[in-house]
Design a protein around this ligand. Structure first.
Ligand code: K7E
Ligand code: CUA
Length: 763
């Protein structure tokens, strides 16, 4: 057993290495490096503001829409390091999302009229709020193309639920939350008959409609409750974005629109295209909805059911006075309520002003029923004079607005000018402008859409990157630019290429509010957050055959699956349910079977299932897809798919190596030697105040598990040795040693941590 000796020596070296500290400084000076790389002092300052040394954490977590990738991208600010892609509307194999049974069930909730949809066009992530502030618990995101909303739980950063809007054919004004996450708002985009039936375009004005849906969110369950959700019917004005009122305007929501001309294109018939017909008028309409009143009307049952979904009709909405319109600049985009809830800022893509509306004025007009007229559906229109606070001339193509921690300071993106404008929206004064690269869509400040923006940083989400990065073919990455907004002048700090989809909105939460778990409770189905019915503990593994259904209840732990050899028959429907027994941080196992299109991501404590049909006889290796330990490559097994009617495997397995007593003795001795090393490490750890370090306590728990497994394996080795079965005895002694190595590895990690973090002698 040469390998055992080799490893034993490596072990000693590892132990020694932990006591060698420090290293040489680079020979180059800072000046040398600046010269060599052509950096000036401003660059160095920007670098110092974003550079995050190893082990350092970010102050904010950004959640970016993944655009057409149907995912959410998580990155840190100010380092702009990407931390995770969360599979939402699209399968994501690394996380097993769409490849295990549990997540397939989540994706299936997003089927539209029974049709599986494997992508989404995500635009607007929203963070759950308590009293108007981000609470770091949930993220919601919309799918513009197939009107859907998804719920991500920040306990584990997994998608838990997808709801399909029952009455819309497309949407854009989602996801926006009310200040206590009572509702997640979703507004339609392209008008269509509500409920999805066919109606010729000739009847557009009469039969096509927009709508805004208020999805009830149940905070304690962490799920949207469709049975408590309702919609308000709107005119066919191509509703766009939304925002919820806050503080003084709590209880109201705002949805802008474009193409209130209700133009129906037809370029193929020689008619001018949509873009001409939809930008003819000088203004469109901001929809102002009293959602608290709408909620009362819904609860009073004054609704019409469309596809079983309660809808407050336009007629009822007008009668109840819960909907009014306010003219807004030509082809507007973006509607953002100020942190104090007093102002609503709308950008007009074809108007160079930001329109700052006063909620107080709007409310006064509503109370006095002071209307300039009605639209052709009878919805009252407030005169723009009676609603506007200021028009601020910003530049070309104003789109989205975010707020600073400083009072009255806002930032609006200028798409055409490729700039960010900073201005005082109370006084209507431009304060600063900065160029970005290029053609900015959304922008985002830290918690800038809540009642308590944190200031500090702004991210410009640029649609075009053009020449900013190394070319990677005609499809360029997006360019997210980090801007320092702590001073009077905005300063560009960093360009981050985003190589996934076309992100639209991004929102950021203070990192200390987000407290994800490091492991699941034993046997958790992470998609339901419930104990999985398929979880088993070590020793309880089994294979259950029922007709042509074969269910494998297995476990995974460094570095083996139980069971390892699974025999089924051609045509069987096979499911592997695997529970990861690990408790240690970051000890994830994967599970993939050759040719079966399944991959599991088994985080510590998780149970996940892979189902497939074994439709062709053959030998199918399965293995762990995460490099989980030194013997990761040995974390393997075989699915034997026998031809129909084939005999059971006959006789004993012929092994490649035959072991004799000398092999056993050698292996046994190396186990005893290793135990001495482990005892030293344990003695060191227990001599310190290790209990004051939670991450060390977790490591110690894990090492203790491994040592218990080691004890079991040793007992098996001893038993086989008693029977002089040197084959079994040597192999079990080898397994004993494997567990020891894992325990020692963890122990050394704990020891290093204690040494580097100032552990003191135990009292
Ligand atoms: Cu402006 Cu969908 Cu918010 Cu894109 S939207 S930019
Ligand atoms: Cu488990 Cu690799």
């Amino acid at each position: 057993m040469k390998s055992a000796l080799k490893a034993s020596a490596a072990f000693g070296a590892l132990l020694m290495a932990t006591t060698v500290a420090g290293g040489a400084y680079a020979a180059e000076s800072l000046q040398d490096v600046m010269k060599r790389r052509g950096l000036n002092e401003k660059d160095m300052l920007a670098a110092a503001k974003t550079y995050t040394p190893t082990g350092g954490r970010d102050e904010f977590l950004a959640f970016s829409s993944g655009g057409q990738s149907g995912q959410v991208i998580v990155y840190g600010i100010p380092s702009m390091r990407i931390l995770k892609y969360i599979g939402v509307f699209t399968p994501e194999p690394w996380q097993g999302y769409g490849f295990d049974d549990e997540s397939k069930a989540v994706l299936a909730q997003g089927n539209v009229d029974g049709k599986q949809i494997t992508w989404g066009d995500t635009h607007h992530p929203a963070a759950s709020e308590t009293n108007g502030e981000s609470d770091g618990k949930f993220v919601f995101i919309n799918d513009k193309n197939n009107p859907r909303i998804a719920v991500i739980d920040l306990h584990d950063f997994e998608t838990k639920q997808i709801v399909v809007n029952p009455i819309m054919q497309s949407e854009h004004g989602g996801a926006f939350v009310t200040p206590n996450t009572e509702y997640v708002i979703e507004a339609s985009q392209y008008p269509a008959p509500l409920g999805g039936e066919y109606v010729p375009l000739e009847q557009f004005n009469d039969k096509y409609r927009g709508a805004v849906t208020y999805w009830k969110f149940d905070k304690s369950k962490g799920r949207i409750d469709p049975s408590q959700s309702f919609s308000v019917e709107l005119p066919p004005y191509t509703q766009d974005l939304s925002d919820a009122g806050k503080l003084v305007s709590d209880g109201w929501s705002f949805t802008n629109s474009l193409c209130s001309e209700r133009y129906v294109g037809g370029i193929e018939k020689g008619r001018p295209p949509y873009e001409a017909g939809c930008s003819a008028n000088d203004h469109d309409y901001l929809h102002v909805v009293n959602w608290k009143k709408a909620e009362e009307v819904y609860k009073a049952g004054k609704v019409t059911k469309i596809k079983d979904h309660p809808v407050i009709t336009l007629k009822t909405a007008i009668e109840e006075g819960l909907l009014v319109l306010v003219p807004e600049p030509k082809s507007p985009h973006g509607v953002d309520v100020s942190p104090d809830g007093k102002y609503i800022i709308v950008g007009g893509k074809l108007d160079s002003n930001a329109h700052v509306y006063s909620f107080e004025k709007i409310q006064a007009a509503v109370a006095a029923k002071k209307f300039a007229g009605k639209d052709s559906y009878g919805v009252p229109i407030i005169d723009v004079k009676d609603a506007i606070h200021k028009q601020v001339p910003l530049g070309l193509g104003p789109l989205h607005t975010q707020y600073d921690s400083k009072p009255c300071v806002a930032y609006t993106s200028l798409y055409v000018d490729s700039q960010v404008a900073k201005y005082d929206y109370c006084e209507g004064k431009v304060l600063d402008k900065i160029s970005v690269h290029y053609n900015i869509g959304h922008l985002m400040t830290m918690e800038g859409d809540t009642t308590k923006p944190k200031g500090k940083y702004l991210v410009a989400m640029n649609k075009l990157a053009i020449d900013r990065f190394n070319p990677v073919g005609p499809l360029h990455p997006q360019n997210h630019q980090l801007i320092d907004i702590s001073g009077d002048k905005m300063e560009l700090l960093y360009d981050m290429p985003l190589p996934l989809g076309e992100p639209h909105y991004v929102m950021a939460i203070a990192a200390d509010k987000v407290k994800p778990a490091i492991r699941y409770k034993f046997g958790t189905n992470s998609r339901t957050d419930q104990q999985s019915a398929f979880a088993v503990r070590p020793g309880g593994e089994k294979v259950v055959k029922n007709g042509n259904k074969v269910e494998v209840y297995g476990t995974a732990i460094r570095s083996h699956f139980t069971p390892e050899i699974v025999e089924v028959e051609e045509g069987d429907e096979v499911t592997f349910h695997i529970t990861n027994m690990e408790r240690a941080q970051d000890e994830v196992h994967g599970f993939a079977v050759s040719g079966m299109d399944v991959n599991l991501s088994l985080e510590p404590g998780k149970t996940a299932s892979a189902s497939f049909k074994a439709d062709k006889a053959g030998v199918y290796p399965f293995y762990c897809t995460e490099f989980c330990s030194a013997l990761h490559l040995e974390m393997e097994g075989y699915l034997m798919v026998k031809p129909k009617g084939a005999q059971q495997m006959a006789g004993k397995v012929e092994e490649g190596v035959k072991y004799v007593k000398a092999d056993f003795d050698k292996q046994y001795k190396s186990c005893i030697d290793t135990q001495a090393v482990i005892d030293q490490v344990v003695a060191y750890i227990t001599s310190t105040n290790f209990k004051d370090f939670p991450s060390v306590v977790a490591l110690v728990e894990d090492a203790t598990d491994q040592l218990n497994f080691a004890k079991d394996a040793r007992a098996k080795a001893d038993e086989a040795a008693k029977k002089e079965d040197w084959q079994q005895a040597t192999l079990w002694a080898g397994q004993w040693w494997q567990y020891q190595v894992k325990a020692a590895d963890i122990g050394l990690r704990a020891k290093t941590y204690l040494e580097q973090n100032g552990a003191k002698p135990a009292k």
